[in-house]
Design a protein around this ligand. Sequence first.
Ligand SMILES: Cc1cc2nc3c(=O)[nH]c(=O)nc-3n(C[C@H](O)[C@H](O)[C@H](O)COP(=O)(O)OP(=O)(O)OC[C@H]3O[C@@H](n4cnc5c(N)ncnc54)[C@H](O)[C@@H]3O)c2cc1C
Ligand code: FES
Length: 326
Amino acid sequence: MPAITLESQRFELESGESVLAGLERHGVEMPSSCRSGVCHTCMLRAVSGTVPPQSQSTLKEAQRRQGLFLSCCCVPEADLEAARCEDALQQIDATVTERDWLSESVVRLRMQCDPLPDYEAGQFMNVVFPDGAIRSYSLASVPGHDAFLEFQIALLKGGKASTWARDAAQAGSSVRLMGPLGSCVYLGGAPERPLLLAGTGTGLAPLYGILRAALADGHQGPIHLFHGSLRREGLYLVDELRALEAAHDNLQYHPGILHGEAEEGIATEALDALIATRLPSLKDYRVYLCGAPEFVQMMQRKAFIAGASLQDIHADAFLPAAQPKD
Ligand SMILES: Cc1cc2nc3c(=O)[nH]c(=O)nc-3n(C[C@H](O)[C@H](O)[C@H](O)COP(=O)(O)OP(=O)(O)OC[C@H]3O[C@@H](n4cnc5c(N)ncnc54)[C@H](O)[C@@H]3O)c2cc1C
Ligand code: FES
């Protein structure tokens, strides 16, 4: 079996075991969250040996050249020597400046830091808690336009970050952020292209940033924003999105719910079915999909079948953080 050497200590890996899982099994403390190659918190640097391409697939070319890799997706075929690389991910201290409720179950936090980090509309940041727990949240703000970082956080019962956002976070609270990260971002340079933005729940957060970045960029092509929720209470920013729709001829906002009374302007249909009815062909579309992993994965397939090319389908599945073992 291959072994991993970290800080001069050698640890045997089991067959098919990732570097992260193996180190943890041997009692080594490692930062991690998604365990799926998304949040980048488990990054290490290869000192010698070869890492599988899969463990670098979501990294930038410059990071690959430095030998950085994600230990949660690294199942090496031969011995590997690695080093910690905490400095490879930018960490910044931010202060909560505003907290308000966008719905009964969604809190908006605005944060300030000096200077604001460089980011692209649609990226996400990791919130790092003092005990080492990490949660990823998408940026709903627009760089160069909003003088703050904005996050929209769904309040899950008993969730660590949810409880903090609901009970503890307030104006003046300090927060440690890591990032920005992610490539589901607004891409300029093709102002005539039609855009499909579709998300469930707080999947609206990155789409709200991407939408406003596109409008600020003078996007000319049609923009369709589909936002889905189980019930009417889960739809938020409805008035703001309707106002944007009224102000921009090329924007159409399509809210949809699964359960509840029909209401003017709100469809009662599954979001994928609503998209298929209103946009039967997605040829030439740039597609952005965010929110519940099941929705995102299903829509990636459906968007491709409806004619969007693979390189034009951008997605952020809101994977939950892996929970600590008892
Ligand atoms: C790239 C990325 C971007 C994200 N952006 C956002 C965002 O903008 N807004 C946002 O609200 N969330 C976002 N998330 C999800 C977020 O990171 C957290 O997973 C989520 O907020 C739950 O964290 P928590 O600490 O409150 O709950 P946890 O303490 O992690 O979980 C508590 C319990 O709830 C379960 N659970 C966790 N998530 C779900 C879920 N979705 N449905 C049902 N059960 C669940 C867990 O398994 C656990 O049992 C994003 C995730 C990723 C990977
Ligand atoms: S990328 Fe490895 S834990 Fe998230």
